[in-house]
Design a protein around this ligand. Sequence first.
Ligand code: FCB
Length: 496
Amino acid sequence: MNANISRRTLAKLLSASATASLPALARSQQRAVDSSMPHNAAPEDFTGSAARTFPQGFVWGSATAAYQVEGAVREDGRGLSIWDTFSHTPGKTFEGATGDVSDDFYHLYPKDIALMQELDLKAFRFSVSWTRIFPTGTGQPNQKGIDFYNRLVDALLAAGIQPFCTLYHWDLPQPLQDRGGWENRDTAKAFADYAGFTAGKLADRVHQFMTVNEMLTYVEQGNLTGKHAPGFHLDPKRLAQLAHYVVLGHGMAVQAIRASTPPGTRVGLADNPIPTCPVIEIPEHIEAARKAMREENARFLTVVEEGRYTDLYLKKLGADAPKFTPEDLEIISSPLDFVGINIYQPTYVRADQNEAGYSIVPMPDSYPHMLSPWLSIGPEALYWGPKLAHDLWNIKDIYITENGTSSSDQIAPDGHIYDVDRVMFLRNYLSQLQRAIADGCPIRGYFLWSLLDNFEWSEGYRGRFGITYVDLKAEKRTPKLSAHFYKHVIAANRVV
Ligand code: FCB
């Protein structure tokens, strides 16, 4: 770094993405500047993005999902979901892992709420297991299942933690799968009925509901690559129709939740739009990233926000395009109170002269990633994702409903887990999140994935995403270095 860099250039650099995403670099520039700064220089020049402060009242949370943490799969009348079937099918998960016991959150949640209090978490995102409420997906509700979520919500509130409730985090009741699952339009209706019923039971205390989690992952990993439950490889036509019923289910659930809850209840979703990032932050690539954000997410967030499929999406599918009615589109785009966005890895985009006006830039083999091979490191995804969603659709309230990383956590001889890679990841991503807020993007909260190590779907227990280490045999919890980092971030309300 040039030690003769001017203060003005430095101030610009510090507010620009590249440096905001690399605190260590920013510090070395700061040193260079310190030595070149006249003694009477005003230090205020270096507040703003360098201070990396979040707005007052920013909601610091963490997230989990029912099948990943609860265990107790046979208890209190719970019925089987597609994840029970899938994880018990030989060869489907790493070392045959299942969610049968996992973190035993079903019994240990008071202990885990104490951990949340220790961090001073403001909010906790959990999901309801559909088959605890309706063991076969529809029909008679199961009071014992409702009681569990009542106990959980009461305990969270007693601890001063706001509950954020997701109604579908991929655990479809097996009997509904047996009737075609999300390929059957009736599943959308069954989901709405369950969502409305459940929200109605909780809404006197829970004020924020999310319909579905990550439509893209569910649709593609579950029904195209077969890596997730139900483990199918559908052709493009069936896949497109299934994706349509998933967004339809979301819209129907929004309406059902509104009909069964008091005014003031806030309804959203937790989606994972592909966060398109300009390869270089100059106008032509930024414009390309904006177009890509809309097109690449045409099946999900775009149709939810706009009430139409893009022309290009329908054209590309041709005869494989889904069948839908204008009424479907109206339901799908039912107004939301907030949009939750899960972001892990970036997708780089460049301007192009083709019909779409952009191209996705493939990652070179050498592109760095975290423990999970899919988790490419790109902190600026947490800037461009929410920013482009806000620019395109004028979303008023955005939450980052998931962000975090796996790490090959080791217990050190002194008993601690020094997950410095997770701290590095979080620090850089949060810096970019702060940059988006400083640029006027209405991001109200951030939910770290995850509070606990847990069942990471087909990866079983090898992809540990928790900021709390879980010894699964002893069900012992040990906060990692990243938990201490997060506690300090929350206390200071800034990146530390
Ligand atoms: C997301 C899922 C969540 C967890 C994280 C690591 O795609 O929503 O359940 O598996 O990835």
